[in-house]
Design a protein around this ligand. Structure first.
Ligand SMILES: NC(=O)c1ccc[n+]([C@@H]2O[C@H](COP(=O)([O-])OP(=O)(O)OC[C@H]3O[C@@H](n4cnc5c(N)ncnc54)[C@H](OP(=O)(O)O)[C@@H]3O)[C@@H](O)[C@H]2O)c1
Length: 225
């Protein structure tokens, strides 16, 4: 069955790999990128490239107008930025705002905007790409405060949406892709995006409303909040 999947941040990294693999298996893909010209590879594999700067409410509103009432089966909130404030002395208002705008507030507002499209779809699945670094139980030292906090807050958004949309048959999860060799993960990362995305898609395919509210690894195992 062909599905329609909307993925954010598809110019490179995991977002682009999601597009490649979804298209390879025949899904219809709405590939969002803040600069459509940067998503040429997504267009080459047959995705429909749509402009979206997730951190700009006006851009989300423009996307709503472009999509109209088109059904979406799965929304993958993938676009994200890392932070530079790994030490307490480096904490900065500007950095917190920049990282939260993209990693936390954007997935919440985009999900709200696309609820009618998701309701019209057949799966009603929302996947928020989070990170193990957002686990409060682990509170892993050495990484950006803003990034870790933004993903912990994203996990709360997932948990709240899961509860509030349960009556509507939605499945909302936070998912960690693992440490990947992308611009964000760097060249020493342990995973290749192709392998991580293959595992994530298998997990996403198997999600049911009973999974809603979980924080899971790429293979679907629970990660402590
Ligand atoms: N790589 C890892 O090891 C790792 C681990 C855990 C979680 N994650 C998460 O996985 C997701 C993807 O990460 P990645 O490794 O693929 O990162 P990446 O290679 O740095 O790519 C980030 C993507 O997000 C897009 N983006 C950033 N800000 C945006 C905005 N305001 N509007 C629209 N698009 C925006 C970028 O677009 P531009 O090209 O326009 O900048 C790019 O396409 C992120 O949510 C990240 O936090 C990654």
């Amino acid at each position: 069955m062909t599905r329609t999947v909307l993925v954010t941040g598809t110019s490179r990294g995991l977002g682009l790999e999601f597009v490649r693999q979804l298209r390879a298996r025949g899904d219809a893909v709405l590939a969002c990128a803040r600069k459509p010209s940067s998503a040429a590879e997504a267009a080459d594999v047959g995705a429909e490239v749509v402009a979206l700067d997730v951190a700009e409410p006006a851009s989300i509103a423009a996307l709503e107008r472009t999509l109209g009432s088109r059904p979406i089966d799965v929304l993958i909130n993938n676009a994200g930025v890392s932070g530079q404030d790994a030490a307490v002395g480096g904490l900065s208002l500007t950095e917190f705002r920049r990282v939260f705008d993209t990693n936390t507030i954007a997935p919440a507002l985009l999900t709200r905007a696309l609820l009618p499209n998701l309701r019209a779809g057949r799966r009603r699945v929302v996947v928020n790409i989070s990170s193990q670094l957002g686990s409060i139980a682990a509170a892993t030292p050495g990484f950006s405060y803003a990034y870790a906090a933004s993903k912990a807050a994203l996990n709360m958004i997932s948990a709240r949406l899961a509860r509030d949309l349960a009556g509507d048959g939605f499945t909302v999860v936070s998912m960690c892709p693992g440490w990947n060799r992308t611009d964000m993960g760097g060249p020493n990362a342990s995973l290749m995006p192709a392998d991580s995305v293959r595992e994530m898609l298998a997990t996403i395919d198997g999600l049911t409303p009973g999974d809603s509210g979980r924080f899971v690894s790429r293979s679907g195992e629970d990660i402590p909040f």
